[in-house]
Ligand binder design. Structure first.
Ligand code: ARG
Length: 560
């Protein structure tokens, strides 16, 4: 299927080896317009070598390119354009997709290297924010895409489960807490306790002292404190797990910040050994070039967020021997990660250059940040459930006899939310709109899912079996679909190298649009002589859409 390589070979022969194959391949372009062919070679650089005008070179080369895979070779100005022989290319692509199934586009580019993905990472006893949803969905898709190109993803939920706020929470719970209520409605109740603590502390400053005392007790392993902390953590995690279950996401590790409590001293010692620690107003910091210093220890000896991330990085490198470490965290933590990576560099860890902060923009509602303001919480679970409910209503209105209605509705609703998040460059802010997400006509998950369900329905109607003999497709209208199908491996590769799931999302949208156009132009089941070839194409489309959606974390129901 390496048509570009074949073209390069032909050129190489035609030039009488005056340019190396590698340089030829580098110069071959893909014309923007289909009527300019599938590949083009610009002759400018040869002009010097051959002492001839580029137009003339193109004219002379054209008749020398003679592979049977080219239908037409054409000199257009200084360019040599080639058109692939559509029928044989088409049948080759469809055949390969049928043979490989969901393995189409799979490569061993990553050579089994481990990629740690720090994702989701919500804070215990606090609501799961939109930012955490974005991190979860983007991180999960990156994991699936990495895996597709041969890496071994390791998903780590770096829970925010440590910090002085737990002293406050323990204090508040002992004064006003209610166990049964917390069990029933963990995050809401814990958040209410936390807010009450701050309100009361305004008139009674001794509360702050008590909070500090309890945090100290927690750090020292006081049994009551530790038990409460564990319980808050467990209950919160159970609530988060409901969201993860809906999204269909699992983790390889839920070691949060607390996990590094006994691993930080080593990092502090190492920093000292390497003479990187300096004192600044009683605190210990690492000075950095052109950046604010990285705070390692506060005046009172307490460690910080950055200290934990340093310990976590060292631990992860030792445990997983990663070839890359990704941190899927919002833009606002850019400085933090730049500092952490920089400190690791200074410590002499060459692997620090394989660490990447995968940033993303905010989720906006009516142009404003969706926040968890005091007491007013946007509960993500409610958002997901609402999307599912809307999908359910849609099914009731359009296809009430559908089997497994609830199951399908869940896949559409959740898929809509995920796709909406992934379809744009992750660095952009996105506007949250349930209505937009669920539109069946538009750039949405349901649109792509619906396209696949339509393909599946044709196959069912025709009682299509893959085993049937292979048939050449004759439809000129199929060509744009074929071109898209050929592009899948490239789209996946680009998504992986640019850490950008939107490449895959845009790809499946594009494939869906071109398939729907084909479907509108050609009566697939009418002409017996072409039926098998067309069904084979439809089946290939369904295979690729299903796999593309899977890489984003979506399911592709066979009926909707
Ligand atoms: N818990 C943090 C927050 O909600 C995100 C943690 C990201 N990961 C990390 N290794 N720092 O802001």
């Amino acid at each position: 299927m390496n048509y570009k390589g074949i073209f390069a070979e032909e050129l190489y022969k035609a030039f009488e080896k005056q340019m190396e194959i590698k340089s030829i391949i580098q110069r071959i372009e893909q014309p923007k317009h289909e009527d300019l062919g599938d590949y083009a070679f610009p002759c400018f650089d040869l002009a010097k070598v051959m002492r001839m005008a580029p137009n003339k070179i193109a004219n002379e080369l054209a008749p020398k390119i003679q592979s049977s895979i080219f239908e037409k070779v054409e000199a257009v100005g200084p360019y040599l354009n080639v058109f692939l022989e559509k029928k044989s290319v088409a049948s080759e692509v469809v055949k390969i997709i049928q043979e490989l199934g969901s393995n189409y586009g799979t490569t061993n580019f990553g050579e089994g290297g481990a990629v740690t993905i720090d994702l989701s990472s919500p804070n215990i006893a606090k609501p799961f924010s939109m930012g955490h949803l974005r991190s979860t969905v983007i991180g999960n898709a990156l994991g699936l895409i990495c895996e597709k190109v041969g890496y071994r993803p390791i998903r780590i939920n770096h829970l925010g489960d440590w910090g002085t706020q737990f002293g406050k929470l323990i204090t508040a719970y002992r004064k006003w807490g209610n166990e049964a209520q917390i069990r029933q409605n963990t995050i809401k109740e814990l958040l209410a306790l936390y807010i009450k603590f701050h309100e009361e502390a305004e008139s009674d400053p001794s509360l702050e002292d008590e909070g500090r005392k309890w945090f100290k007790a927690l750090e020292e392993g006081n049994q009551e404190a530790v038990e409460l902390w564990k319980w808050f953590r467990e209950e919160s995690l159970q609530e988060f797990n409901r969201i993860y279950e809906l999204l269909g996401i699992t983790f390889d590790s839920t070691n949060g910040e607390a996990y590094y409590n006994d691993k930080m001293q080593r990092v502090v010692d190492l920093l000292e050994e390497k003479e990187l620690l300096t004192e600044s107003e009683g605190a210990m910091v690492v000075e950095l070039d052109n950046l604010p210093p990285c705070l390692i220890k506060k005046k009172d000896g307490a460690t910080l967020y950055a200290t934990r991330d340093l310990a976590a990085a060292v631990y992860r490198h030792e445990t997983y021997d990663f070839s890359e470490a990704l941190y899927v965290v919002g833009n606002e933590q850019s400085l933090h990660f730049t500092q952490v990576f920089e400190v690791l560099q200074k410590m002499g860890y060459t692997w620090a250059k394989e660490m990447h902060h995968i940033t993303f923009g905010m989720m906006l509602k009516d142009g404003k940040k969706m926040s968890t303001r005091k007491g007013k919480v946007v509960l993500l679970e409610e958002v997901l459930n609402e999307a599912i409910e809307l999908a359910q209503q849609n099914i009731e209105a359009k296809n009430p006899s559908l089997e497994d209605k609830n199951f399908v509705a869940e896949r559409i609703g959740v898929g809509a939310v995920i796709f909406h998040d992934l379809k744009n460059d992750r660095r952009n802010d996105i506007e949250f709109s349930l209505e937009d997400m669920l539109r069946v006509e538009g750039e949405t998950g349901p649109y792509v899912q619906y396209t696949n369900a339509r393909a599946c329905s044709i196959l069912r109607k025709a009682n299509y079996k893959q085993e049937g003999s292979f048939q050449l497709i004759e439809d000129e209208e199929a060509w744009p679909v074929i071109t898209r199908l050929r592009g899948f491996p490239k789209a996946v590769e680009r998504a992986a190298t640019e850490y950008d799931p939107s490449q895959v999302a845009k790809y499946v949208l594009d494939l869906s649009r071109s398939f729907n156009k084909y479907y509108g132009q050609v009566r697939i089941l009418e002409d017996e002589s072409q039926k098998q070839a067309r069904l084979q194409l439809v089946s290939a489309v369904s295979i690729v859409i299903t796999e593309g959606l899977r890489l984003l974390g979506l399911h592709a129901p066979e009926a909707m």
